[in-house]
Design a binder for this molecule. Structure first.
Ligand code: KG4
Ligand code: ZN
Length: 332
């Protein structure tokens, strides 16, 4: 079979990313231009600033990806881009660039769901991984427990009723004065602390999650204990939220009798979560999949992988495809 080379663009938040991937799983280039330092001074991502920086860097990042892969546009078969969910102005930059390229080069175009991309990062890391499996998506904007039935069938078993888990990490980090982005800073601080703040694990009978209560619990704890220890608060918070994620994941593999579970999204970079999931999987005799950190946080390799699978399933998009800020997981 002829090779299929996909070039994909990701610009849903604060990373301008372009990747080139052969046959869905072989990464030839994976360039990520992060704006973290720019947004840091505002304590979070400023959407309008993000869009402007995407506009400034997109062409350079495309050029760099082609150079890294030692390719020209002639070598590319399909162009893909994230079209949601995400910040609308940011999404429009990558999506418009991809549509423009596909139109000018007369190549097929594929719109990709960002969350689906996060799940597909696992296919890049693990060449042998095939559906069905359970995937726990833990990102800055989303928390989903998904049963991946095929490359095109995602069944949502549970989701957050309020805040995403990454949002909780970022908010708690701000409350204890650690800065942005909070996840990696809490990860580091928690290693030095003790789980002694008594934060509750919020669990439901189904597979849903809630992370806004613990955010409030941290705020109350900090205001009632002015001499609080930052490392202990981080440790207590991290233990509580990761316990719930692991508990729901374990429930799902047992109920659905699947022997594979994957992690996906930025919070999958969390060292405590990775370790607890690994231990839970070992205990249950289940295979655990978790991409390298570079593939967990936002990148375009995962979008290029999803572009490939959409393309071979005949799911190309037309040039009327618009960005959708709150795109549901079942689309794209
Ligand atoms: O998936 P992602 O890169 O962007 C979205 O699609 O939302 O996720 C970003 C989130 C942020 O909330 C960030 O704080 C969190 O991932 N994160 C982490 C770690 N590294 C990134 N959270 C916990 N521990 C980490 N090591
Ligand atoms: Zn993401």
């Amino acid at each position: 079979m002829k090779d299929i080379v996909c070039l994909a663009i990701e610009s849903s938040c604060d990373e301008t990313a372009v990747a080139i991937v052969r046959n869905g799983r072989e990464v030839l280039a994976n360039v990520v231009f992060t704006q973290i330092d720019i947004h840091k001074k505002f304590g979070g991502v400023v959407p309008e600033i993000a869009s402007r920086h995407h506009v400034e860097s997109i062409n350079l990042v495309i050029k760099e990806a082609l150079e890294e892969a030692h390719m020209t546009f002639d070598d590319i078969d399909v162009i893909g881009a994230t079209y949601g969910p995400g910040l609308i102005g940011a999404l429009l930059v990558g999506l418009s660039a991809a549509k423009g390229l596909a139109y000018a080069l007369n190549k097929p175009f594929v719109g990709v769901n960002h969350i689906k991309g996060h799940i597909f990062a696992n296919f890049i890391q693990y060449k042998e991984l095939e559906p069905p499996f359970i995937c726990m998506v833990v990102s800055g904007g989303h928390t989903y427990l998904v049963r991946v039935n095929s490359y095109d069938d995602f069944e949502i078993l549970g989701k957050t009723m309020d805040d995403a888990i990454g949002e909780a990490f970022d908010k708690v980090a701000r409350v204890v004065g650690l800065g942005y982005p909070g996840g990696p800073l809490i990860d580091k601080a928690a290693k030095l602390g003790t789980d002694n703040c008594g934060f509750k694990r919020v669990c439901f009978d189904n597979y849903d999650f809630s992370f806004s209560g613990i955010k409030t619990a941290v705020i109350n704890y900090v205001s009632k204990n002015p001499e609080y220890n930052v490392n202990d608060v981080c440790r207590s918070f991290e233990e509580a939220v990761t316990d719930v994620v692991v508990k729901n994941s374990e429930k799902a593999i047992k109920e659905y009798n699947l022997d594979k579970i994957a992690l996906a999204g930025g919070v999958a970079a969390n060292s405590m979560l990775r370790e607890k999931m690994q231990n839970m999987c070992a205990k249950n005799g289940v295979s655990f999949y978790c991409p390298d950190i570079k593939l967990c946080t936002d990148n375009a390799a995962m979008i290029a992988c999803a572009t490939y699978y959409n393309y071979i399933l005949g799911k190309t998009s037309d040039f009327y495809l618009n960005a959708v800020a709150n795109l549901p997981l079942r689309e794209g």
